[in-house]
Design a binder for this molecule. Structure first.
Ligand SMILES: [Zn+2]
Length: 230
């Protein structure tokens, strides 16, 4: 199975990020595929499916090269505009169908077939990319954290953990001295006496809303020695 037409694909040269999303649909919605997303995104007034690849619940990677209604690789996607306009220009978007439970709350409910397909897609993406050493792979929520945009759970799992479990490594100038690439491991802050959420948000350049969402905080109360995810 090949998701790209070319052994070295110059259409990918402009993308230095691969962003992993979920469609934020229920795990029971087996019908969610590129055509489904295309329809929904058109209803939002977009030109069509905003992702370059959609991975169905059954683990089928649907790309334009394979004849599906996903965004062509040579056209900018529409998936990370909320992080700043430039991000759609430099990012490929791949989306896994699912991510919500029956109450429409975020849930990591992806199938093994989807994770295997994601691994295969990423492997080939890195193989055919003209300059793979420049590429960073992360979840939508990781990009949100970096760009300090409004919090979202997407894609409802830690992409950095997924990458390290599957031994997918990216070259990274922030590599550890022992040569291991440093994936975007979750950072934490241990609360000191007198800390407020506002102080911590300023310290790390995130919003209070982000901290509350990330740590499931009902209100602004935090306690010394509490470990907060950033
Ligand atoms: Zn997303």
């Amino acid at each position: 199975m090949s998701y790209f037409k070319h052994p070295i694909d110059n259409r990918l040269a402009r993308y230095d990020h691969l962003i992993v999303h979920c469609t934020a649909t229920k795990g029971s919605q087996d019908e969610v595929d590129a055509a489904w997303v295309d329809r929904v995104h058109k209803e939002k007034g977009w030109s069509g499916c905003g992702y370059h690849a959609v991975i169905t619940r059954a683990g089928e990677v649907q790309t334009r090269d394979l004849g599906f209604n996903a965004r062509p690789y040579n056209r900018q996607g529409a998936h990370v505009g909320g992080c700043g306009k430039e991000w759609n220009a430099r990012s490929m978007g791949v989306s896994l169908a699912g991510g919500l439970n029956e109450n429409s709350d975020p849930e990591n409910n992806f199938t093994q077939e989807q994770f295997n397909a994601l691994e295969a897609f990423i492997d080939e993406f890195l193989e055919v990319h003209p300059n793979p050493v420049t590429v960073k792979i992360m979840g939508h929520r990781d990009l949100i954290r970096i760009t300090r945009s409004s919090p979202k759970a997407c894609p409802c799992f830690e992409v950095s953990t997924f990458l390290s479990e599957r031994n997918i490594t990216m070259e990274d100038e922030d590599s550890d001295p022992d040569g291991q690439p440093s994936p975007l491991s979750p950072e934490t802050h241990k609360v000191k006496a007198g800390d407020t959420l506002w102080d911590i948000s300023r310290q790390y350049g995130v919003t209070v809303a982000w901290l509350k969402a990330k740590n499931n905080l009902e209100d602004d109360k935090i306690y010394p020695d509490q470990v907060l995810l950033l």
